[in-house]
Design a protein around this ligand. Structure first.
Ligand code: COA
Length: 155
């Protein structure tokens, strides 16, 4: 409980990139994409979505801005919000940080007039699915997720 008082959630900036990347890279099955998740890729995402991406830092853990304990990306296209890369460091799980990060995203989206938010999660990610289920995110069994890569091979 004491440690939670030292946890601070702030909008993510590009200065958080290195720590966020190493958090994501340390999570099996995170599905990092070299271009999208490069510094330039994340910078571009943050420029377009500057109020809907957050980090949580433990300010008790080290001098200065503290250790990055969790991060979440969310962007919207004027119609729907999409969450990516929701992650909390192993040492800080099951303390409500993931839930707090999602709640920040939800209130930020509401401020921007967005009424629905979605995400993609691997079906075999039991922990991830238990997390989204507990936050009320419905599982859609009536849809296929489809996509098309627009990289050089396909154009
Ligand atoms: C999923 C993840 C972000 C959850 O972060 P967290 O800070 O531990 O989550 P919270 O403490 O806010 O959990 C909120 C609720 O989610 C559910 N939940 C979270 N982790 C769970 C687990 N391992 N097993 C079962 N339920 C879980 C619980 O209902 C929990 O409430 P409770 O602790 O009061 O029971 C974290 O486990 C993680 O980074 N996992 C790896 C990355 C990932 O899979 N991301 C999501 C897919 S996009």
């Amino acid at each position: 409980l004491e440690i939670m008082k030292l946890m601070k959630i702030k909008e993510m900036t590009i200065d958080d990139y290195e720590e966020a990347y190493s958090l994501w890279a340390g999570i099996e099955g995170m599905g990092l994409r070299s271009l999208d998740d490069s510094r330039e890729g994340i910078e571009r995402f943050l420029e377009r979505n500057s109020h809907t991406c957050f980090v949580c830092r433990n300010r008790g853990a080290s001098p200065g801005r503290g250790v990055l304990a969790g991060a979440i990306l969310c962007g919207h296209d004027g119609r729907r919000g999409y969450i990516y890369h929701a992650a909390v460091h192993d040492d800080y799980r099951r303390r409500g940080i993931g839930r707090d990060l999602v709640n920040q995203v939800i209130s930020a989206l509401k401020k921007e007039g967005i009424k629905k938010v979605g995400l993609v999660v691997f079906s075999h990610n039991e922990r991830g699915n238990a997390f989204w289920e507990s936050l009320g995110f419905d599982r859609r069994d009536d849809l296929y997720y489809r996509d098309l890569s627009l990289d050089v091979k396909n154009i």
